[in-house]
Design a protein around this ligand. Sequence first.
Ligand code: APR
Length: 309
Amino acid sequence: MNYFGISTTSAMAPRNSIAEFQELVRSSNRMMALCGAGLSAASGLPTFRGAGGLWRNHEPTDLATPEAFAADPSLVWLFYAWRRHMALKAKPNRGHFALAELAKRKENFICLTQNVDGLSPRAGHPESKLYLLHGSILDNKCFNQCGYIDRNNLSDPICPALAPAAEDYPPDQTLPLLDPNIPAPQIQVEDLPHCPRCKTGLLRPGVVWFNEPLDENMIMQVENWIWQGPVDLMIVVGTAAAVYPAAAYTRKAQRRGAIVAVINPDPDSASGLGPKDFFFQGDAAEILPLLFEPVIGKMDESGKICVEP
Ligand code: APR
């Protein structure tokens, strides 16, 4: 078993010819992408593993659990209010635009993303072909599970008490919230957002936390798509493929016959790819527009198509 859980015995390196990949994407019918935090790196959003490091004195993954929210909702909300602020300030990059354009031009292309930052929807990715596996940081839902959900809430800060997480500081200064030597603002639970429907629960970010299942209906739709026919191409963009069930989709697509293409600066992300597969080492924002050019046309620096294919 390798990095993706793909069984392979081949020791031969994957392909890296842009022309060969371009021909494959042009001729492919059923295609799937799995995206991760690396897709948004060029938009200035930190990835989870590696570069990002601690948030105050906490591992980000320790704050992303229902247990952490139940124990200290103010701290977890401060973390998410800061991430919301970063996501709302960021702009989609050429990688998001390239995937959105591919989805508009290839009928049978679905894109699964683990990113909750809202950048793919903001790049105009058709909603019906985009699966937000881990939800959206711009949605809020009732922690008491009364069923209330507030979608695409763009208020920043989300409530007055969380304003310390949504302040902008000059690049040479640190936001006080991020300095673990400065005590975190003490926010009373009653000042956090509450569910307007049941009026008993707190609102929580509409993301999938560790120890929580993915949306059942979404999973069914993706599974149905996979089993509807062979998959020609699986594009894996900017993910460490460490979190399941998302990471398992590469293996599922491979079982349906897919050639796998990985786009990632980390050479370890290519481990286990076979000689029919592709590995493009580098920034997704630079590589994706080029890889899709025969289908989407030439993209300018702002992410607009300037020459039709
Ligand atoms: N272009 C492409 N890939 C990049 C870039 C870039 N510019 N910069 C970094 N990467 C790659 C890294 O090499 C790494 O393989 O992006 C990957 C980011 O990995 P993670 O930080 O682990 O993010 P991700 O795989 O999306 O995490 C999955 O884990 O914490 C949970 O729910 C959270 O959705 C998240 C899930």
